[in-house]
Structures are given as structure tokens and as C-alpha cells.
Ligand binder design. Structure first.
Ligand code: ADP
Ligand code: MG
Length: 416
């Protein structure tokens, strides 16, 4: 029973760093260098625990899984991680005293680390299946080297071989399992990221179709004024016309800028942003689309409200919601777009339409991937929007009534 307990404990030591990585490090630690350092430390701790609490079979036969953190650290975090973790193993083994076991550890590392590091490059550039094969192959190789040296140093015996063979298969199976687990979670993260981007590209291509029209407007207005200025008998209104032309051109420029920043791939940078200012930029991006659908956007933004978020992602999430609001009114109408602050420290962004609305059942499905009632819809817009709001530690509330309209309320933590 105690052997099983010890094995389970060793397994837990592999699981913890993987889950810490995907739950806390991937999204929150931005620089990949810091992530590498943190992961190396975590694998280091895992190694120390593995070596401190091995599985004892009696007769000096101990088995433990230190190869797996070493392998993961070297393969996923690279050369220096591998060197550091190997040095840690040697130093910690030294702490137990210089014995045959110590020489064994050093010899095994001397023969296996160069091979692990040699395969690291091809591991980094491989796909999931090949990665699993490389990791399992390397763990097998490490155990064989361990078995050989330990046999040479201590002498072979049936009892000894039995333990080593159990160790070898156990390590290979555990390596296979954890590499597959790690790679699968990695794939899911990647997919989520790609979905956000592909949805953004689709929205951009839809908005672009009416975008040119919106840019042409100020150009035509300015052209008209320039023509008027050419008339000899209009000197007193000259200044006003010039100012109006400049304003129109500035506006066109602003729209182009906002549109371009929306298209940029977003980095995971959160910063302190002025909500009112960002919402105005969102209106600039969506305006041509809404006018094209006969929809007027009425805004009411409170000034000087700050949140901690990534502006491009905020744009993306609000544009998805506004676009749905516009599309819910095939005959045109009004969308109210406002922001206020609440007493309990939130910024409340409201988007309200007079569109077709949703039934209770439809509302429950909102935000599920690929849920769409539109002929050419993807059903990803709401999922992405909700995800983004959650990543800002915010909440979304949706109220809707069939044939009356829908109201989205987004609450984001206010910062001062
Ligand atoms: P898509 O817009 O591609 O269909 P979304 O995830 O953006 O995908 O929206 C999913 C579905 O939710 C829409 O097809 C629509 O039926 C419904 N929906 C979303 N917003 C509204 C709204 N404001 N009014 C009515 N229905 C809506
Ligand atoms: Mg949509």
C-alpha cells in the first residue's frame, strides 16, 4: 500500500507544474524568458521532492521519477534549463553523501544529458505525435543507461533487474501520459487563440465592405468646400469652410487609425485605459457598418473612467456585440451604447437594441461555440466576447425579450 502511495505522490509532482503552467503562467506571465525561469524553478522543486521521497522496494532498491522533470525542463524550456536541472540533481545527490549512487547519478547524466539536449531542437520544432515519441524514446534511453551503469557498479542480480525493468516501463508510460497531456492542453490553448483571431479577421472583412464608403464621405465633403472656396464672392465664410474640411479629414484619419489598430494582432498586454475614449474608437470602427444597415448608434459615455485591460481585445469584444445588435434590426433602428460607473466599483457598459430579441432557450445557448441562427453566421462572436470580458475579470449579463430587443451589460472592475 505504501508503495502505491509513494508512486502516486511521485505522479502528483509531475502534475502540479503542468497545471500551474497552464492555469497561472501562460496568460499572466508575458515574457517567455520569465516563464522559462519560473518553469525551471518548478521542475527543480519537483526534482528535489522526487529524490527526497522515492519509492522504496526494500534491499536498497529505490525508484523515482526525477528523469521526467529533467526531461520536461530540458525539452520545453531549452538548453540552460537542462544544465541547471542536471546540476541540481548532482548537487542534491552530493548532499546525501558520496557513494556508488552518487557516481552512478553523475555517469548517467553525463551520458544522457547531451543526447537529451541534442534532441531538444528537433523536439521544439515537431508536432504533437513526434514530440511524444521523442520524449518516450529519451526516457527509455535514460533508464537503459541507468540500468547499465548501476549494474556495472553494483553487480547484476535477478532481484535488481526486476526492479529496474519495472522502473523502465513505469517511466516510459508516465512520460507518454504526461507528454500527451501537456501537448493536448497546449493544443486547446492554441485553438482558443486561433479562434479569436479568425473571428476577428472575419469581422474585419465584413466591416471593410462598407468601410470605403465611410471614408469617401469626408473626402466628398471636403471636395465640395474646396470647390466653394474657388468662388470669388465667398470670402467671409472662408475660415469656416476650411475648418469644416479639416475636421472631416481628421475624422476620416481617425477612423482609418482605429480600423488599423483593430486589425493588428493583439499582444496580451493589459494597460490602464480610459473607457470613454476607447468606446468612442469602437463607435468609429462600427459606424459605417451600422449606417449601412440604417441603424443609428446613440452614445452616452462617462468621462474619466479607467479600467485595466487590453484595448484591442476590448474593441474586439464590443464590436462583436454591437455587430449582433445591428444585425438584429433588419429594418433599422437605434442602438444605445453607454457607460457609467457603479457604486460597487465597476464600470458598466450597456449595449441595448430594439431588434428581434431571443427566447429564454436561445439566451441559454448564447456564447456556446458555433451557436448561430444566421445563415452565414459562425457562432463564435459571443463566445470570443465573453471570453475576453472574463479575461479582464469582468462579467456579462444579457437580458432579452423576443421581438422587443436585447440588452448586454458588461461589468468591468474600475481602477483609479
Ligand atoms: P453569429 O453572429 O455569427 O451568428 P454570435 O456568436 O455573434 O454568432 O451570435 C450567436 C447568435 O446569438 C446569433 O446568431 C443570434 O441568433 C444570437 N444573438 C446574438 N446577439 C443578439 C442580439 N443582440 N439580438 C438577437 N439575437 C442575438
Ligand atoms: Mg455575431
Amino acid at each position: 500500500m505504501s508503495i502505491i502511495k509513494d508512486f502516486l505522490f511521485q505522479l502528483t509532482l509531475m502534475v502540479i507544474p503542468i497545471f500551474i503552467y497552464f492555469t497561472f503562467l501562460t496568460e499572466r506571465v508575458k515574457s517567455s524568458r520569465n516563464r522559462t525561469v519560473l518553469m525551471t524553478i518548478l521542475w527543480g522543486i519537483s526534482i528535489i521532492f522526487c529524490m527526497s521521497f522515492p519509492v522504496n522496494f526494500g534491499h536498497n532498491a529505490r525508484v523515482e521519477l526525477r528523469i521526467i522533470p529533467l526531461l520536461f525542463g530540458s525539452l520545453y524550456s531549452g538548453f540552460w534549463s537542462g544544465i541547471f536541472l542536471s546540476a541540481l540533481i548532482i548537487l542534491y545527490r552530493l548532499y546525501f553523501g558520496i557513494s556508488i549512487g552518487f557516481y552512478n547519478t553523475v555517469l548517467v547524466l553525463l551520458f544522457s544529458l547531451p543526447v537529451i539536449l541534442f534532441f531538444q531542437k528537433s523536439f521544439a520544432s515537431s508536432k504533437k505525435e513526434k514530440r511524444v515519441k521523442i520524449a518516450v524514446g529519451l526516457s527509455f534511453y535514460y533508464c537503459l543507461i541507468g540500468l547499465t551503469f548501476s549494474g556495472i557498479l553494483r553487480g547484476f542480480s535477478i532481484e535488481y533487474l526486476k526492479v529496474q525493468v519495472i522502473h523502465l516501463f513505469f517511466v516510459a508510460v508516465v512520460t507518454w501520459f504526461f507528454t500527451t497531456l501537456n501537448e493536448t492542453i497546449r493544443e486547446i490553448h492554441q485553438l482558443r487563440f486561433e479562434m479569436q483571431n479568425s473571428e476577428k479577421l472575419r469581422v474585419i472583412s465584413e466591416l471593410t465592405s462598407v468601410f470605403a464608403h465611410e471614408i469617401r464621405n469626408p473626402m466628398q465633403v471636403t471636395r465640395g468646400f474646396l470647390q466653394l472656396l474657388n468662388e470669388p464672392d465667398l470670402p467671409n465664410k472662408k475660415k469656416e469652410y476650411i475648418q469644416m474640411s479639416i475636421d472631416e479629414l481628421d475624422r476620416a484619419n481617425e477612423i482609418i487609425n482605429d480600423f488599423l489598430s483593430f486589425g493588428k494582432p493583439s499582444i496580451n498586454n493589459h494597460e490602464r485605459i480610459d473607457v470613454g475614449y476607447q468606446l468612442q474608437r469602437v463607435v468609429n470602427i462600427i459606424q459605417s457598418y451600422s449606417l449601412n444597415h440604417n441603424v443609428e448608434i446613440k452614445t452616452d459615455f462617462l468621462n474619466n473612467c479607467w479600467i485595466y485591460a487590453n484595448p484591442q481585445k476590448l474593441h474586439q469584444s464590443l464590436i462583436n456585440i454591437l455587430k449582433n445588435a445591428v444585425e438584429s434590426m433588419p429594418n433599422g433602428g437605434i442602438v444605445w451604447f453607454s457607460c457609467t460607473s457603479t457604486d460597487d466599483g465597476y464600470i458598466k457598459i450597456t449595449i441595448k437594441d430594439q431588434g428581434i430579441g431571443m427566447t429564454k432557450k436561445q439566451l441559454d445557448q448564447l456564447g456556446s461555440p458555433f451557436y448561430s441562427l444566421k445563415e452565414s453566421g459562425t457562432g463564435l462572436g459571443m463566445m470570443v466576447s465573453f471570453q475576453i470580458v472574463r479575461s479582464f475579470k469582468g462579467k456579462v449579463e444579457v437580458n432579452s425579450e423576443k421581438d422587443r430587443g436585447t440588452e448586454f451589460i458588461i461589468l468591468l472592475p474600475q481602477v483609479v
